[in-house]
Design a protein around this ligand. Sequence first.
Ligand SMILES: [Fe+2]
Length: 397
Amino acid sequence: MDQYETMMKLKKPFIQRYPIPLPIIYTGKNARRIVVDILEKHNVHSVFIMQVASLRKQGYLDDLYKQLERRNIHYHLFEESFHDPDTEIINRMVQEYGDAEAIVVIGGGSKMDAAKVLAGCISTGKKAEQLFGTMKVIRKVPLLIAIPTTAGTGSEATVAAVISDTKTHKKRQVLDSALVPNYAILDPELTENLSNELTVQTAMDALTHALEAYVSTYATAFTDKCALKAIKMIHEYLPLVMKNPHDLIERNYLLQASTLAGVALTRAFVGYVHAFAHEIGARYGISHGLCVGVILPYVMEDYREVATDKLAQLSLLLKLGDEEDSDALLAKKYIDYLNDFIEKVGMPKHLKELQEVDYKDIIEASFKECHGNYPVPYMYDKERALNLLKRIKGRDE
Ligand SMILES: [Fe+2]
């Protein structure tokens, strides 16, 4: 057995038993109104709010400010825009945090990740760069309320935060169960103005989280339940949201799916799709959602013969076949369905940006991220990985 497979096997019982908290979830139109009640319940008198400026400008948060003022809760707004949070921004937030007693973050994955690291810095008194790695926080962090504005990363339910090191420009992870937000507020109104393109790309990220967690060798009955629910909801509601972008009930299902996918991934991890997407995305400047969405079906095809029974179950759940079909046929039916789905939602089939000259480095970096860390059902060797990259790139016309 490969040394990495042995390592993953040894870690499995520890990881599967490790207690990870779940956020308390409020969901539905105007769910954000509950925020002030939560702050009052926790006796918070001063709150640090990280938010997206456009939501304030569009008036979505007016009610929140009014309620905070009415109940004498002091608030400090931080709405500096950034795509990737880095240590410098977080250390600046620490300076502005003052005597706040809680953090409310209204934003996408990068904002939520920054808020989680800020919470870690506040509770430990350490700088952001001192929290890179696993279990560097441990102690209780300030009350953290996450309100996602995209249905994608699931960061509102995970132990992880990704930030860039300002000195090295490398992305680093901060992993700690203390960083799971206390509350996740899923308010579809805050996602209704997302373009179809962004809605699709973020949903593809959530679908990938759910599928990679589902086929993971660390999956449990609990993670499977969350992942299956998420997969089914994304397949059902993403095409509907694309047709009716302002239907808040359908948007809410996508939000719920991404949170459930986050719950699954933080316990059962991701796999090769993410390992390759991180490397390819950073190298060619391609968004995370687009990368994972294109790579996903190729990796799932490679998993077909090792995760056959699980893919067959998924096929039955989606009513793509019936009990009489063999597992192999059912698994194939799901892969075919996934390929059609990805085409239907307008994702490209290939990443033409890939350059053959980079293949060796991409494979090395992706293996380094994945092997010994992600419990994948199938281990690529260099030859198979090369074949994967060739299929992702497609033929030059
Ligand atoms: Fe992701």
